[in-house]
Design a protein around this ligand. Structure first.
Ligand SMILES: CCC/C=C/C(=O)SCCNC(=O)CCNC(=O)[C@H](O)C(C)(C)COP(=O)([O-])OP(=O)([O-])OC[C@H]1O[C@@H](n2cnc3c(N)ncnc32)[C@H](O)[C@@H]1OP(=O)([O-])[O-]
Length: 729
């Protein structure tokens, strides 16, 4: 028996087996062809009694080549035809599943008559996450094998399941701890000569439910609600319904129609772009030509977190979950005890969610998690993450202390959402070790980690911070240092437009609705209420935009020569801080409540405000709301790219998808701009900018203008149009 790329006939004696191999890149046409040829050869060769299919390098298959879906010249054997060919083989075919069997890879395994999995293997049908459905007859075979509820769960969520779970569901016949290929061959030997009919899934009926129709109707509603405008999950339900209502061949035809509908929907392209963008951002570049390929990370064997507020608690939790021993530090015993309780509660909850791995967390062990008020315990840690209030003086004091106490090679991270990394680094004797790690709340849940390098941050420090992101199972995105970095800097003009729309006639719930219909998890006002309105208020006071430091005689709706809305300040002045106080842009059932109800108090405040400032309210349609909010955000994105704060549009998109609830099926803001067409984005910005000349956020970025002048090039070429790369890159 030989294993390797392509099909191999191998072995002497009465049984001969076929193996096929492939790497992670997706099943290529060459592999499909080789499998087809090999199966035909095996069927024709009387000395072959059974066939075994396995992967190479300990991985069964990552599925079809995702890049192939957008290739205009895709030709050759189809995966579905191959799966049918496997199933119809006159000789038993056994799949030996090691590593992963995903998407088309699992569909190949479903065509086999038997499946043996290694105990560490994971299986899944993640097509839905790429805007597709398992279009190689997977939606028709899987329900026949494991029943409608379990199949629907796998197909509509795309989740990966463990070998043990697969065994419980009946997806595999055997789970082995030792050599999977040998176990598969052993099984093949045993089943030679047994009838194959019952093993051919296409011939089986779908196991009936007491009320299949009602179950599918409820599932469709559930899926639609969760999908926020994403088509694939709902079409997956339709395909599974076809399996329950139609004979196999008609079900396959229906699956094909739905697959083609998805493939041409545009959403599939956006989701596949997002898949590759998340991988592209792992390659980073920084000042002086430093880049991911030339920088090695330092080991991360221990960490410390300073500050056990909301962010600090979440960060400690992620570190414990990543098996990195943590020292958690607070400024006094009272805060330490409050923080300790909160962290323990979070960890208990996480342990419950993780079930069988809970033991591994071992968070009651002081060698794994230690609470202290003593800075001296930070002496030997590899990494410190400071997560105190957004107060520059306080952060500088802490960093000064850290540079005296920590070992020279320790990475010093600040969790800030906007403050200047260079200023914080200036308080230390080792600015090359200082880096921004902007976590998103709740830090143990949100996938994004914005990694901000300062002027002196070393490539090793950046590589180590990226390594941290990976260890925490987060998506790390490296960006430059500017106020708000990438995510919040793009968010400012978006939220600013939303507030201006209220001044002009909209209501918070109308603006939120339009943006939620677009696909955002929550609109800007619900989001501000959740985050707490006082956070921005304090920041604006610090910037001298509101409060006693504003010079007398400053016009109420103008700052620094540009339009300003004091509306959010007025809300805070009247004690409306959002969910925490029970009122904000909405009303809540109580302080800390989560159910937002439109608030007549806010409506009359708006009416009064407009009256005071002589603003005649007008009806603002959905298109204007969308354009002004989204295009202002996108416009800032172009400015960020032109300044070299991010290496490419993919970085901005990954940040927005993973940190700001941007709908993934729209590919991120810059991808969306490309979809709309840059000439249209520019024209609409010009239009709105003319109507609001005192709003710089609507004035088109020079880079956007340039791209339009250059003929609206595809997104992947944008960066080549920057006349000179910023000195930051
Ligand atoms: C009718 C047809 C129906 C069938 C449909 C399907 O099968 S749809 C497919 C259903 N299958 C899926 O959706 C599975 C998608 N893949 C995954 O979920 C993960 O890659 C993983 C879990 C397999 C490995 O995670 P990990 O963290 O160990 O590794 P990593 O993620 O860094 O990947 C390494 C490299 O391999 C690349 N690459 C990987 N897979 C594919 C592919 N299918 N294609 C192309 N490329 C692929 C990836 O881009 C990266 O390239 P880079 O950046 O180095 O140039």
């Amino acid at each position: 028996m030989r294993r390797g790329r392509g099909l191999h006939a191998a072995g002497a004696g009465p049984e001969r087996y076929q193996g096929y191999g492939r790497g992670l890149r997706g099943i290529s046409l060459a592999v499909l062809q080789a499998l087809e040829d090999g199966l035909e050869k095996a069927d024709a060769d009387p000395s072959v009694k059974a066939v075994m299919i396995c992967g190479e390098n300990g991985k069964f298959s990552a599925g079809a080549d995702i890049r192939g879906f957008s290739s205009p010249n895709r030709q050759g054997p189809s995966l579905a035809a191959l799966v049918s060919l496997i199933e119809s083989s006159k000789k038993p075919v056994v799949a030996a599943i090691e590593g992963i069997a995903l998407g088309g890879g699992l569909e190949v395994a479903l065509g086999c008559h038997y499946r043996v999995a290694h105990v560490k293997a994971r299986m899944g049908l993640p097509e839905v996450t790429l805007g597709l459905l398992p279009g190689a007859e997977g939606t028709q075979r899987l329900p026949r094998l494991i029943g409608v509820p379990a199949a629907l769960d796998m197909i509509t969520t795309g989740k990966h399941i463990s070998a043990h779970e697969a065994l419980k569901l009946g997806l595999v016949d055997e789970v082995v701890e030792a050599n999977t290929v040998e176990a598969a061959m052993h099984l093949a030997n045993q089943v030679i000569g047994q009838p194959l009919g019952p093993r051919r899934l296409s011939l089986r009926p779908v196991p009936p439910l007491p009320d299949t129709d009602g179950f599918l109707r409820a599932a469709r509603l559930r899926v639609r609600e969760r999908a926020r405008g994403c088509l694939a999950p709902e079409l997956c339900v339709q395909a599974v319904r076809a399996a329950t209502e139609l004979p196999f061949s008609a079900g396959v035809r229906r699956e094909r129609e739905l697959f083609v509908e998805l493939l041409s929907s545009g959403q599939a392209r956006a989701l596949q772009y997002a898949f590759f963008a998340e991988r592209a951002v792992r390659r980073w570049s920084a000042p002086g030509g430093a880049a991911s390929h030339g920088a090695a990370p330092r080991p991360l064997r221990s960490a410390a977190v300073i500050g056990l507020g909301t962010m600090g608690r979440g960060i400690v939790t992620c570190l414990v979950k990543a098996n990195i021993p943590v020292v958690a530090l607070e400024q006094n015993l009272e805060y330490l005890n409050v923080g300790r309780k909160a962290v323990m509660l979070l960890l208990e909850r996480e342990a419950k969610k993780m079930e069988q791995d809970a033991q591994a967390l071992d968070f009651h062990n002081p060698a794994r998690l230690q609470f202290t008020v003593d800075f001296d315990l930070l002496r030997d840690v590899d990494l410190v993450i400071e997560a105190v209030f957004e107060d520059m003086a306080l952060k500088k004091e802490i960093f000064h202390k850290l540079s005296r106490i920590c070992k020279p090679e320790a990475l010093l991270c600040t969790n800030t959402s906007a403050l200047d990394i260079d200023e914080i680094a200036s308080a230390t004797s080792r600015p090359e070790q200082v880096i921004g790690t902007h976590f998103f709340s709740p830090a143990h849940v949100m996938r994004l980690l914005e990694i901000i390098y300062g002027r002196h941050t070393s490539p090793t420090a950046i590589a180590t911070a990226m390594q941290l992101a990976r260890a925490l199972r987060k998506v790390g995105v490296v960006v430059g240092n500017c106020f708000g970095f990438v995510g919040n800097r793009m968010m400012f003009p978006y939220v600013e437009q939303a507030v201006f729309l209220l001044e002009e006639g909209s209501r918070p719930e109308e603006v939120d609705q339009v943006l939620e219909d677009f696909g955002f998890k929550i609109g800007p006002f619900r989001m501000s209420d959740l985050a707490g309105l006082d956070v921005g208020w304090r920041s604006r006071q610090g910037q001298g935009l509101t409060g006693p430091s504003v010079p007398a005689g400053t016009p109420a709706r103008q700052r620094l020569g540009r339009r300003y809305s004091p509306l959010p300040d007025l809300l805070c002045e009247s004690g409306r801080f959002g969910q925490k106080s029970g009122t904000g842009w909405y009303r809540y059932e109580r302080a800390g409540g989560r159910t937002a109800t439109p608030d007549p108090g806010v409506h009359s405040l708006l009416a009064q405000y407009r009256h005071t400032h002589g603003i005649r309210p007008r009806h603002i349609d959905q298109e204007e709301i969308l354009e002004r909010c989204l295009f202002a955000l996108i416009n800032e994105g172009f400015a960020i790219l032109a300044e070299g704060i991010a290496a490419g549009p993919e970085h901005l998109d990954v940040i927005y998808i993973n940190g700001y609830g941007w709908p993934r099926h729209r590919g991120g803001p810059m991808f969306y701009a490309a979809t709309v067409g840059l000439p249209r984005v520019l024209a609409r910005l010009q239009h709105h900018s003319q109507a609001h000349p005192d709003v710089p956020g609507l004035r088109p970025s020079a880079f956007l203008e340039k791209l339009v002048a250059m003929g609206n090039p595809p997104l992947k070429e944008w960066m080549s149009y920057l006349s000179q790369q910023s000195p930051r890159l």
